[in-house]
Design a protein around this ligand. Structure first.
Ligand code: ADP
Ligand code: ZN
Length: 711
């Protein structure tokens, strides 16, 4: 027999494992072992076990030891690790790194305990001491036990045991604590579904395929998840619920604490300390947990009986890891569920084009929730063209928005304002032709910065180029130029001035760093102790607050100006999510302020036309040859001559494509947006996977398969 072992050491060239002889140790894929490597003994994980093998030319070393009753990873998890390495073009070691807490892995094993047992019974009458006799009598009638048990039973301390050991009456043995892996019966508070929810649930249950649960905001997708989770647990299995943002996790955990005992729920996220990670890992591994909730990395939780994976808000970009291994949680969950025979459910009000196209192609089952809970109507949406508004000091607040906020204050209802991302810089926009002033070097919009004396300067962050702000538009010569954009702090300032009596809450990554802070903010809103919530879009878009009847998007243009094929999709998703925040219990209103009132994304989102938007966008991608119509790979090139290396890489890819008669392959390259020219990238579209075999060694090139970000 032979097995492949991935060692913990970082030696180059063995990132996919080495061959060892297991001898008569009963190893399995995922087993934690120790093996000899260059005069040292190192930790390793078994990747596979081969029954038959050819006689090797070289000397195969033996596995030295195996630890733990059960492997650290299940066979399905190991298969997923290998799938990740293959699909995302990284080493198996890189792929494995996200599945286990950082070494030493011995810390993941159950504790070693010292037990005492009788070793000599013949000459017991030599003993005089009462305590010593009591110990020996007790041990005569029991198995090996801990010193603590002995003390409890006889009152004898460790000193007595040591004396008896010296005289040869008792001896110590070391053993790993036994772990009870049987799942206990768990009390579940069964969710009650509406008829529509029941239909969606039934159709998902009857499927083998992954399901896309396409349900509008407020339709109760969470209830369907809860019911599916309840089933899974009742069947003696375990579930994972992935959510896009750790801050938003708090919001939904409460729902699941009502479903089952909080002790059987683990919340995992990237902010845990190494010790916390290990403790949670061990807890999950021994079966003490039935439901894992967390951000993308929770997919790698140590569940041994996986029955269900749910990705809530599956369209969210946070599901993509932007470091090696550059995995997407959706595709990886698909692989894991396939190998584990577990159910996969993707939920969204605005599905990604990827999932939508798969549902259309019959690769996913499509389940719909077309109505809000209790048939609550969707809010009415007003679009306000900011170019028509003459602002004074109050930019970017238009009179209709100010009036709507006033009304809420009078009616004691709440408003939520969505702002651009914190600190996002402003661009210089022509109010006449609606174009932005772009940098001649990168063709990207200039960022406007304010000097201390109040004058404006333009900065191109991709190249470092600076320029004086022009007095008229370079395209149409109109003098009507405006610096657009709005940061959270400035907005708070204006709102406070407009409504001095209003109680204002601000939620952005400056004010929120811990999940508990998010919970407190939600409680404040729910208690009615605040009137206006200002927040960055990423923080506020998932909220379920009953007394909010006005949701306003202060400036719905961010992202539209970026030269990115997903920019429109992203704005559409964001607006639809934001529209969904208003009127969840009472009739609501939404105001979208924008400089581009005619943009497809904005019009469709304001009319709640999700499906028509998706269909149209999908046609556009097919027509222009972008994902998901074709595959895409991005090579990120760093090092001391990134431009040269990127050019060379692009040329060799084109050459190879031509060689193989793949004339449809498209290659482009350039500096990345924020790198100042220190990083270049090569974008390849239309490749069949596996065709490309360009040697990348020796150069600082990162491969990003299915990139989300490509600017
Ligand atoms: P979604 O995630 O689809 O936007 P939610 O799951 O947040 O919607 O549900 C919206 C609101 O309706 C929540 O406050 C939820 O508690 C309530 N709700 C939905 N379905 C039910 C149900 N079957 N029973 C009780 N409340 C429900
Ligand atoms: Zn112009």
């Amino acid at each position: 027999m032979r097995c492949t072992v991935l060692t913990v050491s970082r030696s180059q060239g063995i990132g996919s494992g080495l061959t060892y002889d297991p001898g008569n140790l009963s190893v399995k894929p995922g087993s934690f072992v120790q093996v000899p490597l260059r005069n040292k003994i190192v930790d390793g994980i078994v990747l596979d076990v081969l029954q038959d093998h050819e006689k090797e030319e070289y000397d195969v070393k033996s596995i030295k030891e195996i630890f733990g009753e059960s492997p650290l990873l299940t066979e399905s998890q190991i298969k997923t690790v290998r799938w990740m390495a293959d699909y995302y073009c990284c080493t198996v070691r890189a792929a494995l790194s996200v599945w286990l807490p950082s070494p030493p892995w011995a810390a993941l094993l159950p504790k070693v305990v010292t037990l005492w047992k009788l070793s000599n019974t013949k000459s017991i009458d030599q003993i005089k001491g009462k305590k010593q006799i009591a110990v020996l009598e007790f041990l005569e009638s029991s198995d090996a036990v801990t010193a603590a048990t002995i003390q409890e039973e006889t009152g004898a301390t460790l000193t007595t045991l040591k004396t008896l050991e010296e005289r040869g009456f008792v001896s110590q043995i070391k053993k790993r604590e036994e772990v009870d892996q049987t799942l206990p019966s768990i009390k579940i508070t069964e969710p009650t579904l509406t008829e529509l929810q029941q239909n969606a649930y039934d159709s998902i249950r009857s499927q083998q395929l992954p399901s896309l649960l396409f349900g509008i905001t407020g339709s109760g997708k969470t209830e369907v998840y809860a019911k599916l989770i309840a089933d899974t647990i009742r069947e003696g299995k375990q579930a994972i619920l992935l959510v896009p943002e750790i801050l938003l996790t708090e919001n939904c955990i409460d729902r699941f604490r009502r479903l089952l005992n909080a002790e059987r729920i683990a919340v995992v996220h990237s902010k845990l300390t190494p010790t916390e990670r290990r403790e949670i890992w061990k807890n999950i591994h021994r079966g003490a947990i039935s439901l894992v909730i967390g951000s993308r990395s929770a997919l790698f939780a140590s569940l041994q009986h996986l029955g269900l994976v749910i990705l809530d808000e599956e369209h969210e970009w946070t599901y993509k890891n932007e470091q090696t291994p550059r995995y997407h949680a959706r595709e990886t969950a698909e692989a894991l569920c396939r190998f584990s025979k577990a159910r996969l459910v993707l939920g969204s009000a605005t599905p990604s084009l990827e999932s939508w196209s798969r549902a259309k192609a019959g690769l996913y089952h499509l389940a719909r929730l077309p109505e809000r809970y209790k048939n609550q109507p969707l809010p009415s949406v007003r679009i306000i063209d900011l170019a028509d508004v003459s602002f004074g000091q109050l930019y970017p607040f238009s009179p209709p928005l100010i009036k709507a906020m006033e009304e809420r204050l009078e009616r004691k209802e709440q408003s939520v304002l969505f702002l651009n991302r914190r600190g996002i810089a402003t661009a210089l926009l022509c109010l006449n032709c609606r174009r932005r002033v772009v940098s001649p070097e990168s063709q990207l919009p200039f960022t406007v910065h304010e000097r201390r004396d109040g004058s404006q300067i333009l900065v191109d962050h991709s190249t470092g180029l600076t320029a004086q702000a022009p007095s008229m538009c370079p395209h149409c010569k109109s003098p009507n130029l405006r610096a657009v954009g709005a940061g959270t702090q400035r907005i708070e300032h204006i709102v406070a001035k407009l409504f001095p009596k209003a109680r204002i809450l601000r939620a952005d990554s400056d004010t929120l760093t811990k999940p508990e802070e998010m919970r407190e903010l939600l409680d404040t809103m729910k208690r009615g102790d605040a009137d206006i919530l200002l927040g960055t879009q990423s923080v506020v878009k998932g909220l379920d607050l009953p007394n909010v009847t006005l949701a306003a998007v202060v400036l719905a243009d961010v992202g539209l100006s970026l030269p990115h094929f997903r920019a429109g999709e992203r704005v559409f998703q964001l607006l639809t999510q934001l529209v969904g925040r208003s009127g969840r219990s009472k009739p609501g209103e939404v105001i979208i302020q924008t400089f581009r009132p005619e943009a497809e994304e904005i019009l469709r989102a304001s009319r709640h036309e999700v499906e028509p938007y998706l269909e149209q966008e999908l046609r556009l991608r097919l027509h222009t040859g972008y994902p998901p119509a074709v595959s895409m790979i991005r090579y990120i090139v760093r090092g001391n001559q990134p431009k040269h290396d990127a050019e060379a890489l692009a040329a060799s890819i084109l050459l190879k494509a031509k060689d193989q008669n793949q004339s449809h392959v498209k290659v482009s390259f350039g500096p990345t947006l924020m790198s100042g020219g220190k990083e270049w990238h090569v974008l390849v579209r239309g490749l069949r996977k596996g065709f490309l075999d360009i040697p990348l060694e020796g150069k600082q090139i990162v491969t990003d398969v299915d990139p989300l970000d490509c600017i």
